[in-house]
Design a protein around this ligand. Structure first.
Ligand SMILES: Nc1ncnc2c1ncn2[C@@H]1O[C@H](COP(=O)(O)OP(=O)(O)OP(=O)(O)O)[C@@H](O)[C@H]1O
Ligand SMILES: [Mg+2]
Length: 319
């Protein structure tokens, strides 16, 4: 693992945003700076971190970890469904095929935890149109993975839970596209869970975005990253569940818990600033997730990410 002092040294270089208007029209999401031109997007994964739909700050090396992990996973699932990936000119950049994104995100869960657990406990999990059994325990495994879709909110708004019936009734997604998208999601999730387990991790839940391009359904955005997924350490998981203690997490729940427990922040008002120690701690978690999942060592140079990206894009003819 990259030593902690190197991660600390990278703090001032963490990539907040990349301004390269020559790449095309900019859409700045919470995490990615997306430059589109024609039917392709140059998707730059910055080091921004968001939680509860707020951008909180930056985490050194996070963009590179997420982009490299998505590449890794796209390769692992390429027999299941086509993805939007066209080229990887830099470890933090993917050039992708632009698709018409479905207006709903496909969230799939193997366990009841996180926001679903919070909603279930508060009696607010009905919006998914699923008849939840009574008496579920926190972190309990579902017999079969459950899809809890959410609408893709515009910037600054929160994603909302929605049921399959409502998606179809409102015509948000055509029935045959929805059928295909959910079937693909189930196969991706199963593949992800199998691989993760072979690496000692449990893929607890994840979120897929899909889109249509040239009449074909594509997997877009990122997959199976610690931003879009929840991972637990498999070793001792059943025992921790039986004892009713927290699972060992390698995902963004770390930051959500820090916000809730240390700062009472769960999405309302102004988010607290991230200290340097927390930024380093979270960076180490992202890197650990990368190394555990891929079995590869994470190596990267301390220095300007923006400069490196610009050089790589120039060398490969994108600028
Ligand atoms: N191949 C693609 N074609 C079109 N849009 C895509 C594609 N892949 C990803 N996207 C969109 O690009 C954006 C990626 O940026 P990012 O992940 O930072 O956004 P976000 O903050 O998660 O979401 P939002 O855009 O809703 O704020 C998302 O809006 C995602 O839906
Ligand atoms: Mg996103």
């Amino acid at each position: 693992m990259i030593p902690e002092p190197a991660v600390r040294a990278q703090l001032p270089y963490a990539l907040r945003q990349l301004d390269l208007p020559a790449l095309g029209e900019l859409y700045r999401g919470k995490v990615r700076d997306n430059y589109s031109r024609g039917d392709r997007i140059v998707m730059v994964t910055t080091d921004r971190v968001s939680a509860f739909d707020h951008v909180l700050g930056t985490i050194p090396f996070k963009g590179e970890v997420l982009s490299r992990l998505t590449n890794f996973w796209f390769d692992k699932v390429k027999d299941i469904a086509p993805t939007h990936l066209l080229d990887t000119p830099d470890p933090s950049v993917m050039v992708v095929k632009r698709a018409k994104a479905l207006p709903v995100e496909i969230v799939i869960r193997g366990y009841i935890t996180g926001s679903l657990w919070r909603d279930y406990q508060a009696g607010k999990a009905g919006a998914y149109g699923i008849a939840w059994p009574a008496g579920l325990k926190k972190d309990q495994r579902f017999d079969e993975a459950v899809i809890t879709p959410s609408t893709k909110a515009e910037y600054g708004k929160h994603d909302e839970p929605i049921s399959e019936a409502e998606i179809l009734r409102q015509g948000l997604v055509a029935p045959e596209v929805w059928r295909e998208a959910t079937a693909v999601a189930r196969r991706l999730f199963q593949r992800g869970q199998e691989w993760a387990l072979s690496r000692g991790l449990i893929l607890v839940d994840t979120k897929y975005e899909m889109g249509v391009a040239d009449g074909k359904l594509l997997v877009i955005d990122e997959i199976h990253t610690p931003d879009s997924s929840r991972y637990w350490v498999a070793d001792g998981c059943a025992d921790r569940f039986a004892r009713g203690v927290e699972q060992e997490m390698l995902d963004k729940e770390n930051i959500r818990q820090w916000l809730i427990k240390e700062h009472g922040f769960s999405g309302h008002g102004k988010p607290p600033p991230l200290s340097e120690d927390v930024r380093v701690m979270l960076a180490m978690k992202y890197i650990e997730a990368f190394e555990r999942l891929t079995g590869q060592k994470f190596e990267s140079d301390v220095g300007s990410v923006a400069g490196r990206i610009e050089r790589n894009l120039r060398a490969k003819g994108y600028l």
